[in-house]
Design a protein around this ligand. Structure first.
Ligand code: 3PG
Length: 209
C-alpha cells in the first residue's frame, strides 16, 4: 500500500533511478546497489529490456524495486506483472494512477506545479515526485511549493547529485531523493560495478545525518 511505500522511501532516503540497456547487467547491478547499501531502486521503462531487467532485479531480493517512466496504464500493468512494487511517472496521469490502484501498487506521480500537486492530493496521493527538481528551482522551489501543503511528501528527482542531495533531505517533507548519478549509461557500458557500488555507498553515507 501507499503507507508501506512511504515507510520504504523514508527509510531508504535514496532512490537510485536506473535505465538498464540489457537484462544481462541486471544481476550485477542489483548486487552492486545492494552492496552499496541501497534499499530500493527504480527501473525506468525507457529501454526494450526494461521489463525483463525489472523482473531480474525484483527477483534478486535485496532491493524494493519499482518501475519508472510509467506513462500509460498498459505499462503500469506490465511493470506490476514483472514485479514492480511501486510505479513512478514523470507527470500526473489519471489512467496510470487508477490502474496502479486497481493492481494494489502505489503510484508516485510527477508534479511540477501547485496545480498538479493539488490534483495528486485530490486523487488521494500524498507522495509525489518533484520533477525535474533542479531545473524547477531546486530547494527554493521545494520549500515554496511544500509550504501550503503540509500533508504532501516529496521525492525530488532531476538534476540532483551527491552534493545537492543533503540540502533536499534536510527538508522535513522530503522522504527520499531520486537520481541516476550512481548508475550512468557509461558505467553500464564499461561494466563498472565497483564504481556503482562506491557511488551508491557514498550517497547512502551522505543521506544519513
Ligand atoms: C528520472 O526519470 O527520474 C530522471 O531521469 C532522473 O533524473 P536524473 O537523471 O537527472 O537524476
Amino acid at each position: 500500500s501507499g503507507n508501506d511505500l512511504t515507510a520504504v522511501l523514508a527509510g531508504a532516503r535514496l532512490l537510485p533511478v536506473l535505465t538498464v540497456p540489457s537484462v544481462a547487467t541486471a544481476g550485477f547491478l542489483a548486487d552492486a546497489l545492494a552492496a552499496g547499501g541501497a534499499r530500493c531502486a527504480e527501473v525506468t521503462f525507457r529501454t526494450p529490456d526494461a521489463e525483463q531487467a525489472l523482473k531480474a532485479m525484483a527477483a534478486h531480493g535485496g532491493l524494493t524495486v519499482g518501475a519508472g517512466t510509467v506513462l500509460t496504464a498498459e505499462q503500469a500493468e506490465r511493470a506490476v506483472a514483472a514485479g514492480a512494487r511501486f510505479l513512478v511517472s514523470p507527470g500526473f496521469d489519471a489512467e496510470v494512477i487508477d490502474r496502479g490502484r486497481e493492481l494494489g501498487v502505489p503510484v508516485v506521480p510527477g508534479i511540477a506545479t501547485a496545480t498538479e500537486l493539488m490534483r495528486a492530493l485530490k486523487a488521494g496521493l500524498d507522495t509525489v515526485k518533484l520533477f525535474p527538481a533542479e531545473p524547477l528551482g531546486g530547494t527554493r522551489m521545494l520549500r515554496a511549493l511544500a509550504a501550503p501543503f503540509p500533508q504532501a511528501r516529496f521525492v525530488p528527482t532531476g538534476g540532483i547529485g551527491p552534493d545537492l542531495m543533503p540540502g533536499y533531505l534536510s527538508h522535513p517533507a522530503v522522504l527520499a531523493v531520486g537520481g541516476s548519478w550512481m548508475v550512468t549509461s557509461g558505467h553500464l557500458e564499461r561494466g563498472e560495478y565497483a564504481e556503482i557500488r562506491r557511488l551508491t555507498a557514498e550517497a547512502v553515507e551522505r543521506s544519513t545525518p
